[in-house]
Design a protein around this ligand. Structure first.
Ligand code: URA
Length: 198
């Protein structure tokens, strides 16, 4: 399937496929979290904080996600988080279809290696990129579709972007339910293993 040259295990170490992004990025932001995580979250692209720190979802959206993960019994350290595109787009614009396509082999390889129980798309861009169709995230959050990804059919759980809950508090409840569903689909391992500590 894929052209993963420039990838070392799960990390892309060198890539110049997207001329705009080579200019706008400070660094390549690879996925973060256990290489065998049961849940793989997929966002759109790194923002300014992610570009500065070199990790996905470490800005305000990351704080929202971390809080919800904790409430659902899934520590951030238990899950893997990555993006459709690993370099920050200029002015935080959406990645183009060409940029998404250029980065896709890396994402496919990451899914293949991590082999998660569930892939959770955070927001419209990753939802549409992985489902290959238009997605109305607000109404579809919490729905699951079987998709060929990383070499085999996998469950993809559509989810709102965490930032949506900052702009619109009415979306917070749906976001919480979807993260809870992700935890259940992952076997509730985060919550159960931590309960076992007490
Ligand atoms: N939003 C994303 O889609 N990805 C990040 O890494 C941060 C914010």
């Amino acid at each position: 399937m894929s052209d993963t040259e420039g990838m070392d295990g799960l990390a892309v170490t060198a890539c110049e496929r997207c001329s705009d992004l080579v200019e706008s990025r400070s660094r390549i932001v690879n996925g973060d979290g256990p290489a065998d995580a049961a849940v793989l979250f997929v966002g759109e692209a790194p923002g300014a904080t992610e570009d500065a720190e070199g990790k996905p979802f470490v800005g305000r959206s990351g704080d929202v996600l971390d809080d919800e993960l904790r409430d659902a019994g899934l520590a951030r350290a238990d899950v893997r988080i990555t993006n459709c595109v690993r370099c920050r787009p200029p002015e935080n614009r959406d990645p183009t279809s060409e940029e998404l396509a250029n980065c896709r082999p890396y994402l496919e390889r990451e899914v293949e290696l991590v082999d998660p129980e569930v892939v959770v798309t955070l927001g419209k861009v990753p939802g549409e990129h992985l489902l290959g169709r238009d997605v109305a995230v607000t109404s579809e959050t919490g729905s699951v579709e079987r998709v060929d990804l990383g070499g085999e059919p996998r469950d993809v759980l559509v989810c709102l972007h965490p930032a949506a809950t900052l702009y619109d508090r009415s979306q917070a409840e749906a976001f919480t339910r979807t993260i809870e569903k992700a935890a259940t689909m992952a076997g509730g391992s985060g919550g159960q293993s931590r309960l076992g500590e007490f």
